[in-house]
Write a protein that binds this ligand. Structure first.
Ligand code: EPU
Length: 420
């Protein structure tokens, strides 16, 4: 297994080129199942979750061509079996995103039920409820969700909570349904908008993406098309938080500043100077950060995917911050690892009280999920001495070449094999 070794305590300075968004790429890759024609995607990040999705699509019969320059062409002309097997679904919950497209185009789908995962229970009841409202029959057989319908029909679906992949699954399903679907309490995340834009490029009729009511007039078929995946706002926020924590200066290139408002506000509150110029964001930090409190909520509020990274900054901030996680019930696994570096954090229910300390000290820590890993990297960059982070395969699910990008900013970070 691989580990990251960080020699911390240095400020960071330089530029980072932001990759395509994982959480936009995954649903958009699955959208290729909605048409027999070729979908050509650019700015597709090299990430483990993307590779898993490509494997899943290829296993079903999709022709996948990975081209130079982060482009992928997909052609799902002949799908042998509209099914997502357990061995792939178990490694990536987002595999559930094939359910809507398969059912809409083929009238049947078998998708292994995604289990609980490290950050919470994460059920898929809202995906099921929406598809049932659109006429599907869904049963569980041998741990698989088995869905059938002659043709989905438009329906009004009011989701019980804001769910990102739930909204995406229903949005994709509705594009080929008979009649109009209205999704109420829809997720407003920018990745939903990016998916909608791709579907529109494929001939879908969608209004309201980016608001909490999305209306879709179903069409008989979608055609191929081209789409560029949006920049990754969480990768962007992670580098901004890292430099706000270590001090220094960074310019993010090819990012999506509009989707970063809540994160930029928090970093300004911490004392960073942030300016936006087109698709670039510049941040300078010339002092110890001030503690900033946050509460995670659906977009456009502060994202749960940035909670752990902000907590890492608060660990070395001046003052006490409270961080409340309202989206997932078990997303504080980084706390015990941050404590190993000397952080002073107390957890009360879904709130962490972080009392900033003057310095963290390097230690051996273990990555537990994707964003928890990112917070350990940030803390390691701030800590005096050497931090070794094990189980970094979590990081490779969502951060493209993180050690390379951080090295360019002057970080001392390397990837080595950990002794077994
Ligand atoms: N929920 C239900 N029932 C459902 C669906 C969701 O109870 O049918 C609950 C979940 O258990 C959770 C809440 O609703 O408590 C929100 O979950 P959501 O469905 O929005 O999460 P998701 O779609 O599974 C996506 C991202 C996550 C991100 C969340 C929240 C992708 C592939 N994943 O997950 O990204 O944290 O939205 O913004 O888009 C990450 O990138 O590290 C990551 C975990």
């Amino acid at each position: 297994m691989e580990r990251l070794v960080i020699e911390g305590g240095r400020s960071l300075r330089g530029e980072v080129l932001i990759s395509g968004a994982k959480n936009a790429a995954l649903p958009i890759l699955c959208a290729s199942l909605l048409t027999a024609e070729r979908l050509r995607l650019s700015n597709v990040p090299h990430l483990r979750d993307v590779t898993t999705t490509l494997q899943l699509l290829a296993r079903m019969g999709t022709q996948v061509v990975v081209e130079e320059g982060e482009c992928v062409s997909l052609r799902a002309a002949e799908i042998a079996e509209p099914a997502a097997p357990y061995d792939l679904v178990k490694t990536m919950r987002a595999s559930i995103l094939v359910l809507g497209p398969l059912l809409a185009r083929f009238g049947r789908a078998r998708v292994s039920l995604p289990g609980g995962c490290a950050i919470g229970l994460r059920p898929v009841d809202q995906h099921i409820k929406g598809l049932e409202a659109m006429g599907a029959t869904i049963r569980i057989d041998n741990g698989d969700l088995v869905a059938e319908v002659p043709r989905l029909r438009g329906a009004r679906v009011v989701m019980d909570m804001v769910t990102v992949t739930g909204t995406e699954n229903l949005l994709m399903a509705a594009t080929l349904a008979d009649g109009t679907t209205v999704l109420e309490n829809a997720a407003r995340e920018p990745e939903v908008v990016d998916l909608a834009n791709c579907l529109i490029a494929m001939g879908a009729h969608i209004r309201g993406a980016g608001t909490d009511t999305i209306t879709v007039d179903g069409v008989d078929r979608l055609h191929g098309g081209e789409h560029r995946i949006m920049a990754d706002r969480i990768e962007s926020g992670t580098y901004l938080a890292a430099v706000a924590a270590t001090g220094g200066e960074v310019t993010l290139r090819k990012t999506c500043p509009d989707s970063l408002d809540a994160v930029i506000d928090k970093l300004r509150e911490a004392g960073a100077h942030v300016s936006v110029d087109g698709d670039s964001v510049h941040l300078t930090m010339d002092r110890r950060p001030s503690a900033v409190s946050a509460r995670t909520l659906p977009h456009p509020a502060f994202p749960t995917d940035m909670q752990a990274q902000l907590m890492a900054l608060d660990c070395i901030a001046d003052g006490t911050a409270t961080i409340t996680e309202t989206i997932f019930e078990n997303r504080f696994m980084h706390v015990q690892e941050l404590r190993r570096l000397g952080a002073d954090i107390e957890v009360r229910g879904n709130t962490a009280i972080v009392r900033g300390v003057a310095r963290l000290n390097g230690a051996n820590v273990m990555a537990t999920d994707l964003r928890a890993s990112a917070s350990l990297v940030i803390a390691g960059l701030c800590a005096q001495g050497e931090t070794r982070i094990d189980r970094i395969y979590h990081l490779d699910r969502g951060y493209e070449r993180i050690e390379e990008k951080l090295s360019r900013l002057g970080a001392r970070i390397s990837r080595t094999r950990s002794p077994t």
